[in-house]
Design a protein around this ligand. Structure first.
Ligand code: 4FV
Length: 247
């Protein structure tokens, strides 16, 4: 899988991608990250990449031409078809389902805005989809690009070791929040480890963990339950959790 990052600070994203799971996936030949800086394609002595917004108002808007030239160079660098994604709060939310879809794409270009954003005409002409990592405003799309790359890289076959795959599975499978986790010591001033986790009874542990996932989702993100496919056993576990909680 190839990622092309269009950013005024491509080294920022390349750096983030050089470590951890993404860095290891790169070393394993599972993905590559290539930076493109629109300023390298800007003209004039000052190599302008932004200008004031028509209609007035604060901030600056990224100019069409430097981005367009950088995108053209990016496309020319590799014959593989590329999906161009613009990171912005105006995009559709980045969910695990979207991450799974992106993980199958051979090549993705991530356009990172700065300032107030990008001239709409460039977005209409060059961008296949806009994606947001959350309803808040960052100073640039680079952090959002790094988040997307990390989440997608984890799904590349061979990117994770067994322990990491287990974490991925616990989030990935069912769209529920994860259960709580405990480690040594058993007894601590902050509390004790739940007995069931020490019992060695794997069926009871699995039930407890599932009930905790269901219960936490109900308490913290009830809207996720509408999307989740709950079995009859899940509903019984959740009803039991709710009745205890509401006692
Ligand atoms: N939330 C987000 N999810 O993806 N990107 C953002 C985000 O805040 N982008 C900034 C907005 C203006 C600046 O151009 C970059």
């Amino acid at each position: 899988m190839r990622f092309d990052i269009l950013s005024l600070f491509p080294e920022f994203v390349e750096q983030i991608s050089a470590h951890g799971v993404v860095g290891r996936a790169g070393e394993r030949g599972l993905l590559s990250v290539h930076g493109w800086n629109p300023r390298d394609y800007a003209e004039g002595n000052y190599r302008r990449v932004d200008d004031r917004p028509f209609g007035g108002g604060p901030g600056m808007v990224m100019l069409i031409e430097p981005l367009r030239a950088a995108l053209a160079a990016m496309r020319a660098a590799d014959p593989a078809p590329v999906r161009v994604i613009y990171l912005s709060p105006q995009g559709r939310p980045l969910t695990q389902a979207k991450v799974r879809q992106l993980a199958f794409m051979p090549r993705i270009a991530l356009l990172c805005g700065r300032y107030e954003g990008v001239d709409e005409r460039l977005l209409q002409a060059e961008v296949d989809e806009e994606i947001s990592i959350g309803d808040y405003v960052l100073s640039g799309g680079e952090l959002a690009a790094a988040v997307l790359i990390d989440a997608v890289a984890r799904l590349q076959e061979g990117a994770l070791n067994d322990a990491e795959s287990a974490v991925q599975d616990s989030f990935e499978g069912d769209g529920l929040l994860d259960c709580p986790h405990y480690t040594r010591p058993v007894e601590h001033a902050l509390g004790s480890v739940p007995e069931v986790l020490l019992s060695g009874n794997h069926a009871a542990i699995a039930y407890w963990r599932r009930q905790q996932s269901l219960g936490r989702t109900w308490l913290r993100r009830p809207e996720l339950l509408n999307e989740a496919e709950l079995s009859k056993g899940d509903r019984a576990l959740l009803d039991d959790f709710r009745s205890r909680w509401l006692q």
